[in-house]
Design a protein around this ligand. Structure first.
Ligand code: LMR
Length: 329
């Protein structure tokens, strides 16, 4: 192939691999752990469609849902090794790298998706998302999922005392672990891809997740009760490999960045809708008894979980917690 140099166009910079000013041919991989009918996968699909169309197929984006390529245990290392170029994990899975990723697990912190988005788009949120550069990993853009609901296979939960003696699966330790221990319950972090089996076999009694994840993975098949709590959140960010990100030439990066923006738009738009739809499907399936809490009952949980804030204020930062509290103002 003979490349024609663009005359008098001085826009090229930083592209390392071969193709001069043109869009580089490449196959990129995006791995995630959830099902197709979820805000994360819909965002990834929108990103793929945009990038492939705008690059005339020169850039391919392969998406691997359902932990089909890598799961919670190994996607981070494979991103750092540039075996894949994008992941979008639940942020609380990074608490071992930086305790500030506990923010989505702080009880009753964000009012809604808009508040969580405002925080992660803001100065403190951006600082946290870009705190993994020593590993060669860069957080690009926050994608919401939504508030988490409690499911379990033992009893109806409508007050803090109902947690006593139960064991719950968490996405990542630290704040979630403290939250359960405040309620007299145990916890264990288990990869998402193993959760259905863990619930089915009684390794844990319950778990917390968004309606969308509960419905699309059919956790209600192996649980008896679901309490609508919205006490913590599942939020993601799309992370990339820094070296890959910086190696793209301008023409390529422009398309990939615009594709990411399109994915972000769709993921943010779809989250509330997909969760509402999933809640309706769970109700229709009728596998779990559903408990909706009164404002007084929610208040009881809020005060029972207040000590978690004192415990984590230092590790997360009072300034970060304050920024999250006031994010939507
Ligand atoms: C979970 O592990 O429960 C979820 O956070 C998975 C996901 O990516 O939504």
């Amino acid at each position: 192939i003979i490349m024609l140099a663009a005359c008098g166009d001085d826009s090229s910079s930083g592209g390392s691999s071969g193709d001069g000013d043109g869009v580089e041919e490449m196959t990129l991989k995006f791995a995630h752990v959830v099902a197709e009918n979820t805000p994360k996968h819909q965002g990834a699909l929108a990103m793929k469609e945009y990038i492939e169309a705008e690059s005339d197929g020169k850039i391919e984006l392969e998406i691997y849902p359902n932990s089909s390529l890598f799961g919670d245990q190994d996607e981070y290392q494979n991103l750092a090794a540039n075996n894949i170029q994008f992941i979008a994990p639940d942020l609380t899975k990074f608490v071992g790298n930086n305790p500030q990723f506990n923010v989505p697990a702080l009880p009753f912190l964000f009012e809604d998706d808009a508040a969580a988005i405002a925080f992660w788009d803001g100065e403190k949120g951006q600082e946290i998302l870009t705190s993994l550069t020593d590993d060669g990993v860069l957080g690009l853009s926050m994608w919401p999922n939504g508030g988490k609901q409690i499911t379990n296979n033992k009893r109806a939960i409508d007050s803090p005392a109902d947690f006593e003696g139960l064991k719950f699966r968490t996405q990542g330790g630290q704040v979630l672990e403290s939250l359960y221990s405040e309620l007299g319950a145990g916890s264990e972090s288990i990869p998402f891809g193993e959760l259905y089996t863990a619930l089915d076999q009684g390794v844990v009694d319950g778990q917390e997740n968004t309606f969308s994840n509960i419905e699309s993975k059919k956790f209600d098949e192996v649980q008896s009760h679901m309490t609508v709590m919205n006490h913590t959140r599942v939020d993601y960010a799309v992370f990339t490999n820094t070296e890959f990100w910086e190696s793209m030439n301008d023409a390529t990066r422009e398309i990939v960045e615009a594709g990411l923006a399109e994915g972000t738009r769709v993921a943010r738009e779809e989250a509330i809708k997909l969760n509402e739809e999933a809640y309706e499907i769970i109700k229709e399936r009728g596998m779990v008894e559903i408990i909706e809490l009164t404002p007084e009952q929610i208040e009881e949980f809020r005060s029972a979980l207040e000590p978690v804030y004192e415990e984590y204020e230092e590790a997360i930062g009072a300034d970060v917690i304050e920024a999250a509290r006031t994010a939507s103002e």
